[in-house]
Design a protein. Structure first.
Length: 239
């Protein structure tokens, strides 16, 4: 028997079958949400481990196991191991088969080298941007500078580290080079890990460091290239 026009829809299925398939497709967002949630756990653990590194809670030279850290954070060992593997890619830890992860120790020379590389990479970009970017674009970065000042005033070291990277990331994005932003972000993150046994950074030092962001914006708005270069170099050296 020939079906009436319009009765057969999509690949020869009847309307009732299409309704079932449409219902199944409607469930897809919920499935995606569950996946995002699982990924969110790994991301939260990664953020917590990065903060612990900056705070000095993860001690250079010490070995940490996935199950032990998972118990500390109230999660299984799997998201901890995944987060630790990302930290290994970033150079913060090394993987020890069947043992866990060892936090790598930094040296003053390594930090000095990082500061030098950051300056070689970012100073020329900053100077080029200072010549070409209009004042209103720099004014739009006031909230990022203010966020670093707020974190510094609160003595929030991990919060300041994140806000500091966000400020520099926002500046470099004006160059329109995604590869530059990515490389600079990685170098910046590595520069924030403390030296073994170093005292915790004082709030006053954070406040002084944050003030350099506002001073840099003023110099960029005024297109004062000598001051821009001096502030950026001193900022990296102080980091």
């Amino acid at each position: 028997m020939r079906s009436r026009p319009g009765r057969i829809l999509r690949s020869g299925r009847d309307p009732e079958e299409d309704r079932v398939h449409d219902t199944a497709r409607a469930r897809v967002p919920a499935q995606k949400a569950r996946k995002v949630l699982r990924h969110s756990v790994r991301g939260q653990i990664l953020d917590a481990l990065r903060a612990a590194l900056i705070e000095g809670e993860l001690v250079p030279g010490e070995i940490y196991s996935g199950p032990a850290l998972g118990e500390r954070f109230g999660v299984s060992a799997t998201p901890v191991r995944e987060a630790m593997q990302q930290l290994a890619v970033e150079g913060a830890v090394e993987c020890l088969p069947n043992r866990g992860f060892r936090v790598l120790a930094r040296t003053p020379r390594e930090l000095a080298d990082l500061a030098e590389v950051r300056a070689l990479l970012e100073v020329p970009v900053m100077l080029r941007l200072a010549r070409t970017v209009p004042a209103d674009a720099w004014e739009a970065l006031r909230p990022e500078a203010a966020a670093t000042a707020e974190a510094a005033a609160a003595g929030d070291l991990p919060g300041y580290a994140e806000a500091d990277r966000a400020f520099h990331r926002a500046v470099l994005r004006l160059a329109g080079n995604a590869q530059l932003v990515q490389v600079a972000e990685e170098l910046h993150r590595r520069a924030q890990w403390p030296l073994p046994g170093a005292p915790r950074i004082r709030r006053a030092d954070l406040v002084a460091d944050a003030a350099e962001h506002s001073a840099l914006l003023e110099a960029l708005i005024e297109r004062d290239l000598p001051v821009v270069e001096s502030l950026v170099r001193e900022h990296f050296a102080g980091s």
